[in-house]
Design a protein around this ligand. Structure first.
Ligand code: ATP
Length: 361
């Protein structure tokens, strides 16, 4: 296992890049802790696969270095990096049996036969494939084949890291949850450094200890699921994490007062010297709806649009003056006929030119 350092990595697929826009990865400087479980999360095209391929050695970066512990790996092939990779689609040998497929990476490395048998048996049980151990892979379903691909990565205990590129895309939804949980417990058991690429926030937040949020070739924030939820460092993180994401709208702030249309809201902190584009973010979970009397002076008239029932919660969509605002309430909460929105002042985030500003104490 290894600590992985990305030292000022940038990458352009254009051999003669001119401007910043020619770079698929802009400037990434980050250290992945030995034994950490990370998710690389971001929308399609933001550079997740490019970054993973640079870590694995499938791609050499245009600039910067990749270190495993203190060893410079930048120019080494994946074989020489001692990593396991699991891709979106199964990579297995159709003519081999399930057990032979799982044993293959260990046979290749000259692992002792009795050790191979033990690990293959364990993995067959983990993946619930014991009854198919001696079947050829050829006739298996896409789900089962991908489970074998995962198993081929996980049987190797000696790897520096295991890299997953959207590995559950072809797996059915019920099995997805099961395999994700399994990956997490295998991580706890063996402590491999794991990096898991996905554009699905549920996958990222349930698998990883730390989530790396990417957007347009940049890393915007690295944090625990709680940090990304509570204190998004960038408006994109606020909007991308959560369902629905954070409400973000332009507002003017003067010291400790937020002005939204004709409403003034007292903030828990003061903000001096704001300049540039000022926006305010608040998650739908931290807005409540009350009658005018109950809301008191903190209430802002809320023009209700729709109410969506999503199991134990309701998503209430509406407007405060001309700003669209989503609110999440419990399914049993009743919504007043003339609702007023109340923001929890402790949960209001202030952004300047899209980046979080921490107010004065
Ligand atoms: P997805 O979730 O859709 O797989 P991603 O976040 O993994 O997306 P990448 O595949 O890393 O994104 O792509 C980042 C950018 O680099 C995109 O603009 C993509 O079009 C571009 N790109 C990726 N591979 C190549 C290539 N071989 N040649 C040219 N451009 C490429």
């Amino acid at each position: 296992m290894a600590q992985i350092t990305l030292d000022n990595i940038a990458h352009s697929f254009n051999p003669y890049p001119g401007s910043n826009a020619d770079y698929a990865l802009k400037n990434i400087d980050y250290q992945w802790d030995d034994g950490g479980a990370y998710a690389l999360l971001g929308p399609s095209g933001c550079g997740k696969t490019t970054l993973l391929n640079i870590i694995s050695g499938l791609l050499t970066p245009s600039n910067g270095r990749v270190l495993y512990d203190s060893n410079d790996m930048t120019l080494l092939t994946p074989e020489l990096r001692n990593i396991a990779q699991v891709f979106q689609f199964p990579v297995i040998y159709d003519t081999m049996t399930v057990a032979e497929n799982l044993a293959f990476p260990l046979v290749n490395r000259g692992v002792d036969r009795s050790e191979i048998n033990k690990r293959v048996d364990d993995m067959l049980q983990t993946l619930e494939l014991s009854d198919k151990a001696n079947r050829r892979a050829q006739g298996l379903t896409a789900d089962e084949k991908q489970k074998i691909s995962l198993g081929r990565g996980l049987v190797r205990y000696d790897v520096s890291a295991i890299l997953f590129d959207e590995p559950l895309t072809v797996i059915d939804p019920h099995m997805k949850w099961q395999l994700r949980t399994k990956l997490k417990s295998l991580h706890e058991q063996f402590g491999h450094t794991m990096i898991y690429v996905t554009h699905d926030q549920t996958e990222a937040l349930t698998f990883a200890d730390k989530v790396v949020v990417m957007y347009e070739g940049n890393v915007l924030q690295v944090g625990t699921p709680e940090e990304l939820f509570d204190q998004p460092e960038h408006t994109f993180v606020g909007y991308f994490i959560g369902s629905p994401g954070m409400n973000i709208f332009p507002a003017s702030i003067n010291g400790q007062t937020l002005t939204l249309g004709s409403n003034n809201v007292k903030l828990s902190k003061g903000y001096s010297n704001l300049n540039g584009k000022t926006e305010v973010g608040i998650r739908p979970e931290f807005i409540s709806l009350a009658s005018k009397e109950k809301a008191g002076t903190r209430g802002m008239k809320f023009k209700l649009d729709t109410v969506e029932d999503v199991g134990r919660l309701k998503i209430v969509r509406g407007k405060i003056e001309d700003v669209t605002v989503n609110v999440i309430v419990d399914e049993d909460d009743s919504i007043p006929t003339e609702p007023y929105a109340v923001f929890d002042p402790e949960r209001i985030c202030v952004y300047q030119d899209s980046f979080l500003i921490r107010g004065d104490a």
